[in-house]
Write a protein that binds this ligand. Structure first.
Ligand SMILES: Nc1ncnc2c1ncn2[C@@H]1O[C@H](COP(=O)(O)OP(=O)(O)OP(=O)(O)O)[C@@H](O)[C@H]1O
Length: 233
């Protein structure tokens, strides 16, 4: 079996006097989608932010076999670690084309890939991003990171707040993205997890409560009820 692209060992984060992550350990496979799951507030976003170096953390994180400690976020990004945060962070007053141009980090950004995955963004190139729908803004957020070469994408709740038809199209695009680059995906929608994820990691109050194949988790009604607070889908 090939080595994980990301290894997280004994990750601990304290924020605002609270011990948010308490020894989180898991691996991300070098291909496909690993879903990071759990009820609201268990520490999923904090885990992604610790991996990208946005919050101080103890423990060991290895990305592509190299320990990330003390490496600033911009260096991790340059090494191919991409983060699509939950709030999407598009520049509302700028056009779609300007939002994309600002994300370019290499001399030959992959507009062919972006236009293949998101033909609509080409048609809307001159539209101000603030006037796009939530789903279209999500597409811009994902497209921005795909312009550059990546070795791992961290994607936080990309389908949150989207209409069902848009959830399906975002999930389809992410599936195509994951054919090229591995994804660590925080996602509450279990239908999306079922469609995309190979592996699953479930957090419960700052610790890993379950790890294994996503199909095993989703087939286990007791586990999905107790760990995710949902019935069988
Ligand atoms: N900067 C901060 N200062 C203090 N507490 C924080 C900070 N950031 C997050 N927290 C707390 O850490 C806990 C975990 O938050 P986090 O956003 O990681 O959870 P989550 O699993 O992503 O939740 P959700 O599914 O609701 O997005 C929450 O109780 C949150 O209030």
């Amino acid at each position: 079996m090939s080595s994980p692209i990301l290894q997280v060992a004994d990750l601990s984060v304290r924020l605002g006097g609270s011990h948010i992550l308490q020894g989180v350990t898991f691996d991300v496979a070098p291909t496909g989608v690993t879903a990071l799951l759990g009820r609201n507030g268990v520490g999923k976003t904090t885990t992604l932010r610790a991996i990208i170096g946005e919050v101080p953390a103890a423990g060991v994180i290895e990305f592509g076999g190299a320990v990330t400690r003390s490496r600033p976020t911009h260096k991790l990004v340059r090494d191919g670690l991409a983060y699509v945060p939950e709030d999407r962070c598009v520049f509302a007053g700028l056009t779609v084309a300007e939002n994309l141009r600002l994300a370019e980090r290499v001399p030959d950004p992959d507009y062919a890939l972006v236009h293949d995955l998101f033909p609509e963004l080409r048609q809307r190139a001159q539209q101000r991003a603030g006037t796009l729908s939530g789903g279209q803004q999500q597409m811009v957020a994902i497209a921005r990171v795909l312009l550059n070469p990546n070795r791992l994408l961290l994607v936080d709740e990309p389908t949150k707040g989207l209409a069902p038809a848009v959830v399906t199209s975002v999930a389809t695009v992410l599936g195509r993205v994951a054919e090229r680059v591995p994804v660590l995906l925080v996602e509450q929608n279990l239908a999306v997890v079922r469609k995309l994820a190979t592996d699953a990691v479930v957090l419960e109050t700052g610790r890993v409560a379950w790890r294994g194949p996503a199909t095993d988790l989703l087939a286990d009604g007791d586990a999905t009820r107790s760990l995710l607070g949902v019935g069988r889908h």
